[in-house]
Design a protein around this ligand. Structure first.
Ligand SMILES: Nc1ncnc2c1ncn2[C@@H]1O[C@H](COP(=O)(O)OP(=O)(O)OP(=O)(O)O)[C@@H](O)[C@H]1O
Length: 214
């Protein structure tokens, strides 16, 4: 269980009153998907940054299965984030970008390479293994980023508008992949404005208002 309790954050450089002080409290069970909605500027990226460890909270508690995540650096939190900007490495071909999810040192076994091939076929990127990210469309880059995250197998997955701009067939294929992760016990926090994505995946939903989840 992810337990986030009174996790606070304040952007130092802002005028008082300009942006609310953030204070997040929620729980997320293994296999559960919580959708977070909120208008632009509400603090969705701030929440993800705090959970992933890219922002330092002012106070509060964040634990996974009773373990203190705040004491750990981002790479030791068991959290994978799929960002809106995809975060792909421009100099690496598609299959190695995906492979980073399985082996950060890029030493991939035959079995891991087979998993990458199967995964790429599953998300409709068969035949694009050797392309570089800037030779792909936005939707194709998105699928590479999502596949890399899913193959990593972290117990907690943070998705920031992961299906925006994809066609229906591709979206449904990716929903199926995320559902399979949920069935395997992965906890998913989904930031999305899309009603269909939320209905397809979320078990609960909440809204970010004046710095709080309601
Ligand atoms: N580095 C920063 N310094 C000061 N203020 C910031 C900084 N980053 C974000 N903010 C402000 O904090 C608030 C929350 O930003 P955040 O990026 O978390 O919103 P969001 O809900 O993710 O928005 P969007 O949907 O547009 O991506 C906004 O008002 C934003 O202007």
């Amino acid at each position: 269980m992810l337990d986030c309790h009174d996790l606070t954050f304040h952007y130092q450089r802002c005028d008082p009153g300009e942006i609310p002080d953030f204070c997040f409290t929620f729980g997320l069970a293994p296999g559960e998907c919580l959708a977070v909605e909120g208008p632009s500027g509400a603090g969705k990226s701030t929440l993800l940054g705090l959970l992933a460890g890219f922002l330092e909270p002012g106070g509060g508690r964040l634990t996974w299965a009773g373990q203190d995540l705040l004491a750990r650096p981002p790479w030791e939190r068991g959290i994978t984030t799929v960002f809106q900007d995809h975060n792909l490495f421009d100099h690496l071909p598609v299959w190695l970008n995906v492979g980073l999810g399985l082996a950060p040192d890029m030493k991939l076994s035959g079995d891991q390479q087979a998993r990458i091939r199967a995964g790429l076929a599953e998300v409709g990127l068969d035949g694009l293994h050797d392309r570089l990210p800037d030779e792909l469309s936005g939707g194709q880059r998105q699928r590479v980023a999502l596949l890399r995250a899913l193959l990593r197998g972290a117990p907690l997955l943070l998705l920031d508008e992961p299906f925006t701009g994809l066609d229906d067939a591709t979206r449904q294929g990716l929903w199926a992949l995320v559902r399979r992760q949920k069935a395997a016990g992965v906890a998913v926090l989904l930031v999305s404005h899309d009603r269909d994505d939320i209905e397809a995946l979320a078990d609960r939903r909440c809204r970010l208002e004046t710095g709080r989840l309601v």
